[in-house]
Design a binder for this molecule. Structure first.
Ligand code: F0G
Length: 434
């Protein structure tokens, strides 16, 4: 099996060894992707092998990423794999969420069940393993919180030095706390995500630090496993829609590559449609997809949303996302109020998620109302992060203190505020209706 880096721009098509430390095409500046040449086995045998590995005690087999390693065979030596047993995330039925959106059924693929509580672990295990293989000593990323938490954990376990740069005051404490606990050198920069990405790219080059943002094509390889595991859990029955929040657009790029490769290998017999949902105040891809054309992408220089995970105005992977969504998909946007209510509804299902993840349900509701998603369509929505990532947001919503970025009050349509009571059995009993 040959693996190599290829320029994503078809007009360039340059190829590079998989061991070259590059993140963009040195010839044309285009994005890179990992490609493979050679036999990967027949689909029936692959599916059997992956099922059998679920009974194994081997770390690689226990990982919901590396179990599917035939789909991203870029490492030569499996000893380079750094795994925290990521993936293995469930498909959960959200009945209340389905009726809220006006459809028969929604299944949530909950990436918040990952070791550091977000989908980033699926990609980070791959990116960190590549860093180890390359002999890198330091790794870095800019992050709205989850990438940094994930990178810090994987780097710590791999014995690498993690350096994270985050927009000062703009990430949820759960995420910042994780990075500190995992021992990352943490720099809070007075700039937004997009500006810091430009900065960290220069620093990485200058200091020989390995960059682990989703511009790193090996992260994208790992994130393909989210849709591969999803299809495995659905017994390879392709859903009509896969719905995902969009920020830097790495995840949708990975999903698109993943399903195309599964179709090519005969693991699935058709492609799903994709719906990407952005927060209204940070929706440059939504704007672009209204009238997509070469050279027509305009960044939003002042992205704003309480869903800080997707507060990104200049998503680096938009060309790859376009490749996927442009063929058979749609982009929607959701307001702060819509995201907040959808999040509370997902909570009421006993599932819970962080704000950015709830953009999925808000988007589904709008797409159903617009007639784009049918009430009988089979839908899988990807919840990208754990409910505990941003408890401050939850508390504010339920206690009527949540304000949008412009300072306007949001309404707690599903608010469930805690009640302060005296230490008195009679009073409490009365309150509980006894
Ligand atoms: N949901 C959550 C919870 C995220 O943390 C992110 C991205 C996204 C959705 C969007 O995914 O960028 O692949 O389109 N968080 C990044 C970070 C940017 O730094 O943690 P995307």
């Amino acid at each position: 099996m040959r693996s190599f880096l290829a320029c994503f721009e078809a007009a360039c098509g340059a190829e590079y060894p998989v061991t070259e430390v590059i993140y963009n095409c040195p010839k044309c500046g285009g994005l890179l992707e990992v490609r493979y040449e050679g036999e990967r086995g027949d689909p029936w045998t692959l599916k059997q092998t992956w099922r059998e590995r679920r009974m194994s005690n081997q770390p690689l087999d226990q990982s919901g990423v590396w179990r599917y390693r035939e789909m991203f065979p870029f490492l030569e030596d499996e000893r380079h794999v750094m795994t925290l047993r990521e993936g293995n995330t469930p498909l959960l039925d959200g009945c209340l969420a389905a009726s809220y959106a006006g459809v028969r059924r929604i299944r949530f693929k909950h990436q918040g069940f990952n070791p550091t509580g977000s989908f980033k672990d699926n990609g980070m295990t791959a990116g960190t393993s590549q860093a180890v293989r390359l002999g890198m000593k330091r790794v870095a990323c800019v992050s709205t919180g989850n990438t940094s938490a994930s990178m810090a954990a994987y780097a710590a376990m791999a014995g690498l030095d993690p350096i994270i740069l985050i927009p000062n005051g703009n990430i949820a404490f759960g995420k910042l706390g994780q990075a500190l606990d995992y021992g990352a050198k943490t720099l809070q920069v007075e700039a937004n995500f997009d500006q810091i990405l430009a900065l960290v790219r220069v620093l990485a080059e200058k200091l020989g630090i390995y960059l682990l943002n989703s511009v790193n094509p090996f992260r994208i390889e790992g994130q393909k496993s989210i849709v591969i595991e999803m299809m495995d859990q659905l017994d390879w029955e392709v859903p009509d829609w896969i719905v995902v929040p969009g920020g830097n657009l790495g995840n949708i790029s990975a999903f698109g590559k993943g399903v195309r490769e599964m179709l090519e290998l005969g693991l699935i017999d058709r492609l799903p449609k994709f719906a990407v949902v952005q927060a209204e105040g940070a929706s440059p891809f939504y704007e672009f997809m209204k009238d997509p054309k070469e050279g027509g992408f305009t960044a939003n220089t002042h992205p704003e949303t309480l869903a800080t995970a997707i507060k990104i105005g200049d998503p680096v992977s938009w060309p790859k996302a376009w490749q996927t969504v442009g063929v058979n998909g749609v982009v929607e946007k959701a307001s702060e109020q819509e995201i907040a209510d959808a999040k509370a509804v997902i909570g009421r299902c006993g599932i819970g998620c962080e704000p950015a993840s709830a953009a999925t349900l808000a988007g589904i509701k709008k797409l159903v109302a617009a007639g784009r998603i049918g009430p009988e369509d089979r839908i899988v929505a990807v919840l990208t992060g754990n409910v505990l990532k941003d408890p401050d947001y939850i508390y504010r919503y339920h206690t009527g203190q949540l304000k949008d970025p412009a300072g306007r009050d949001l309404i707690g349509n599903f608010a469930n505020p805690p009640v302060v009571v005296p230490n008195d059995v009679e009073v409490i009993a009365k309150l509980l209706g006894a």
